[in-house]
Write a protein that binds this ligand. Sequence first.
Ligand SMILES: NC(=O)c1ccc[n+]([C@@H]2O[C@H](COP(=O)([O-])OP(=O)(O)OC[C@H]3O[C@@H](n4cnc5c(N)ncnc54)[C@H](OP(=O)(O)O)[C@@H]3O)[C@@H](O)[C@H]2O)c1
Length: 289
Amino acid sequence: MELLFTGANGFLGRHLAAEAAVEGLRAIPWVRGEGHGAAESAPLEDDAAVRRALERRRPAAVLHLAARADVGACHADPAGAFAVNAELPERLARATAALGLRFVHVSTDMVFDGTQAPYAESAVPCPLSVYGRSKRAGEEAVLAAHPAALVVRLPLLFGDGLGLARGATEGLRRSLANGGTARLFRDERRSALHARDAARSLLALARTTSAGLLHVAARDAVSRYDLGLALAARYGWERERILSIAQAEVPSAEPRPSDLELDVRRALALGLALPTVRESVERDGARPR
Ligand SMILES: NC(=O)c1ccc[n+]([C@@H]2O[C@H](COP(=O)([O-])OP(=O)(O)OC[C@H]3O[C@@H](n4cnc5c(N)ncnc54)[C@H](OP(=O)(O)O)[C@@H]3O)[C@@H](O)[C@H]2O)c1
């Protein structure tokens, strides 16, 4: 059984590749630019090339991770954000639907505004940022083009950046490097999850027929400040250098959601073993380099 996954060189994609290797799954990276070895390299913007690649490989599922996932970059280029986060998923959804292939699309808790937590899948999205709006547009486009697709909303992810300056752990590690301090919000709550736990869930879900929206996140939520303290305790970083601040202290081009706790009862009912935020931190064996 062969799975194809886009965004393979990204933060989550690297964790997904690592997790697939641990589980002995054949997960083929779908990369941008030149591909090496078994990797797929058909440009996602090229419908004919995408169709040829899917017809040739006939994967058991396509997991779509590729995105413009940087909130600031999306704010600076809304058209680009919608092209990558809404149009590309729609194209892939159409292509996979036409061939009867399973399609799992990755979205985000940032489709909510943070005022009505905890959010179940039935909650009405109300994104505050270009990133959130473009991801919401992607969700709608995917489910319209491929009603049997699964759209998985993930929370803030942490864990080793695996060579990238991405993820909450890497951000904290860099802030604390060379005696620095980290200023983290005490009034922003997230159901943060280790990227490895997210990857493991996506691989499991690729092998089901679940459709529609699904929240995959920690079973609870903590503030970014408390997440920072938990990571510091886990890796032996000095907690005194983690400072608690309020969102209002940091000017922001777009409003920031305050509480994005996700209700994960549907995922638990599907049998996913989702941890609490602290369990997800504790299960991380490796100290980030
Ligand atoms: N990180 C988080 O905390 C978080 C939280 C919730 C949801 N998510 C979602 O999880 C998914 C993965 O995020 P991430 O953190 O792994 O992002 P990332 O590290 O920025 O990786 C994004 C990947 O998408 C690829 N990509 C971007 N535009 C592309 C295009 N036009 N064609 C092909 N590939 C393209 C990039 O390719 P290159 O390597 O070639 O640039 C990169 O590999 C996204 O859907 C994101 O919205 C992430």
